[in-house]
Write a protein that binds this ligand. Structure first.
Ligand code: GDP
Ligand code: PGA
Ligand code: MN
Ligand code: MN
Length: 579
């Protein structure tokens, strides 16, 4: 096969001339192709068969132990002007970046197959969807891209019709962290990634395209590309509200997207519909509301902590046809991670399990699975026009200060709340874990341009005729003096979502506080939860002294973006600080 589109064929030829593969394979996305890839990887050891009785179609991939997460220090946004990338990104001048990484690509595919993967982010017929082509030498990447995107012939046909596509070049290289770069050229709609096979670094449709490049495109085209789940909440009357929520990596997006209502809610007829678990593209519709699509077709989810107690939906989703990466295995060859019953015998590196070596599954071990396998998968995920968004939620891991939930006064305040987001770092990125950092809109690692311009873009949606969602902030991760989470989380988070929807519908009034509107204690349905009164009060308490320190820190953070930071946000920070 080849392409009718000259620009595509020319680029593939150029890449082949640089990387010198033995063979070129154009991916059609068929089942037969997938099966052949799997067979090939079972032979090379890239995949290991798991127990096919208990987990049909499931395989394990063990990565290099030094290649288990995103590498923010090696990720660059290469705009012509350094200032366009902003202090929130690492930057390199495009000619230098190309020279540096092309030297690594030189001859790197010798003796190997080069795969050409046409893919579409979003429903194939959606005006909000965007296409790309990833070239890679990794069959593992091909298999994952098939699950995570609409990959193959239909995407190629759309690319040939439209004539434009994002170019992504990837090689696993030597998996040497010293020879690893993830480079983005937003002005050229180009991505080059070398030296890592990890999802966020190597599945270029995901973070690289659908967030970094797309956020840059979205700015000039008037839409938003965000690190958000999309979930539909259906009440007993059959009305469904869609909520989009931005939490940093490993802070609960996948879990919230597929939550199971508490028993009382289930009995009453509440239902949850999963549209997306990681990325959301939104644009204003003709009626002024924001409409959202999930550009992805699968979930690349965190395995540890996924259990019958926390997320039975995820467990049944991954019971078949799933690729597991860096999990442990049991004596009868079932996948295992911390949080599951049973005992591991082999750890994520393939060693006999020894607690002295740390957790059996890597803390950032993952599953890759088709979204449609989720029992709560929403058919609206295929809706070309997207779903209308009633509420936007920001949140992160904050062991203290930040209450369970509060509502921003208006859109401008909501943008400040998103900009001010902080969270403890997690194993999803290489580096220290548990360190509090600012992560505006959960986009610190993903905004493909200057955060000041990004906040200005967010503010620009507030214009005449707009019917914008309400904006909320949540914190599922408050800790008590005993170091334990005070809020039960998971399914019980629906109690908080219900309050948000009640606010959207004007059914509850809440309490006005200087930081925003909080629920009155009786507006949250907590009666069947068994939380003591002191805990509830603490979760809904606004600590004025703590907040004035926090607001001062937020002010300094906004200042750090210099003159591109919109004055409106400075003014908004002042308003809240003085309230
Ligand atoms: P994502 O990376 O943002 O999609 O986060 P996940 O939904 O995969 O969750 C990451 C980790 O946080 C997992 O170990 C979950 O078990 C845990 N988690 C998710 N939701 C909650 C919650 O509501 N409360 C608590 N305490 N932990 C949660
Ligand atoms: P996550 O996705 O947000 O589900 O952790 C992967 C990532 O952000 O690296
Ligand atoms: Mn993510
Ligand atoms: Mn997730």
């Amino acid at each position: 096969m080849s392409s009718k589109l000259e620009a595509l064929q020319r680029w593939v030829d150029e890449v082949a001339a640089l990387t010198r593969p033995a063979k070129i394979h154009w991916c059609d996305g068929s089942d037969a192709e997938y099966q052949q890839l799997v067979q090939h990887m079972l032979q090379t050891g890239d995949l290991i068969e798991l127990n096919q009785q208990t987990h049909p179609g499931c395989y394990l991939h063990r990565s290099s132990p030094s290649d288990v997460a995103r590498v923010e220090h090696l990720t660059f946004v290469c705009t012509k002007e350094q200032d366009d990338a902003g202090p929130n990104n690492h930057w390199m001048a495009p000619p230098d970046a190309h020279a540096k990484i092309d030297a690594l690509f030189d001859g790197c595919m010798e003796g190997r197959t080069m795969y050409v993967i046409p893919y579409c982010m979003g429903p194939i017929d959606s005006p909000l969807a965007r296409c790309g082509v990833e070239i890679t030498d990794s069959p593992y990447v091909v298999a994952n891209m098939r699950t995570m995107t609409r990959m193959g012939a239909a995407a190629q046909a759309r690319i040939e019709r439209e004539g434009t596509f994002v170019k992504g070049l990837h090689s696993t290289g030597e998996l040497d962290p010293e020879r690893r770069f993830i480079m983005h050229f937003p002005e050229e709609l180009t991505i080059k990634s070398y030296g890592s096979g990890y999802g966020g670094n190597a599945l270029l449709g995901k973070k690289c395209h659908a967030l970094r490049i797309a956020s840059y495109q979205a700015k000039s085209e008037g839409w938003l590309a965000e690190h958000m789940l999309i979930v539909g909440i259906e009440n007993p009357q059959g009305e469904t509200h869609y909520v989009a929520a931005a939490f940093p990596s490993a802070c609960g997006k996948t879990n919230l997207a597929m939550l199971i209502p508490p028993e009382g809610y289930r009995k009453d007829g509440w239902k949850v519909w999963t549209v997306g678990d990681d990325i959301c593209w939104m644009r204003p519709g003709a009626d002024g509301r924001l409409y959202a699509i999930n550009p992805e077709a699968g979930y690349f989810g965190v395995a540890p902590g996924t259990s019958d107690a926390t997320n039975p939906n995820a467990l049944s989703t991954i019971a078949r046809d799933t690729i597991f990466t860096n999990v442990a295995v049991t004596a009868d060859n079932q996948p295992w991670w911390e949080g599951l019953p049973g005992t591991p015998v082999t750890d994520w590196q393939g060693r006999p399990y020894d607690p002295a070596n740390g957790p059996a599954a890597h803390p950032n071990s993952r599953f890759t699975v088709s979204a449609k396998q989720c029992p709560t998968w929403s058919p609206r995920a295929e809706d070309a026009q997207g779903v209308p968004v009633s509420a936007i939620v920001f949140g992160g891991r904050r062991p203290s200060l930040i209450p369970l939930v509060f509502e921003a006064k208006d859109w401008k305040h909501g943008v400040l709340v998103g900009a001010a987001m902080g969270s403890e770092t997690t194993a999803a990125a290489t580096g220290a874990v548990g360190v509090l950092r600012r992560d505006s809109m959960a986009m610190k690692p993903f905004a493909g341009y200057h955060y000041g311009d990004y906040f200005r873009h967010w503010l620009s949606f507030d214009k005449p005729g707009a019917k914008l969602p309400k904006i909320f902030h949540v914190n599922w991760f408050r800790k008590g003096d005993d170091g334990r989470f005070m809020w039960p989380g998971f399914g019980d988070n629906l109690r908080v979502l219900q309050w948000m929807i009640d606010r959207v519908e004007g059914r509850v009034e809440g309490d006005q506080t200087p930081i925003g509107t909080l629920p009155k204690a009786n507006e949250l349905k907590l009666d069947d939860l068994g939380l003591d009164r002191a805990t509830v009060d603490a979760l809904l308490h606004v600590d004025n002294a703590g907040w004035s320190t926090e607001l001062a820190a937020i002010g300094e953070y906004l200042d750090s973006f210099g003159s591109r930071m919109p004055n409106e946000l400075h003014a908004e920070q002042q308003r809240v600080a003085k309230a």
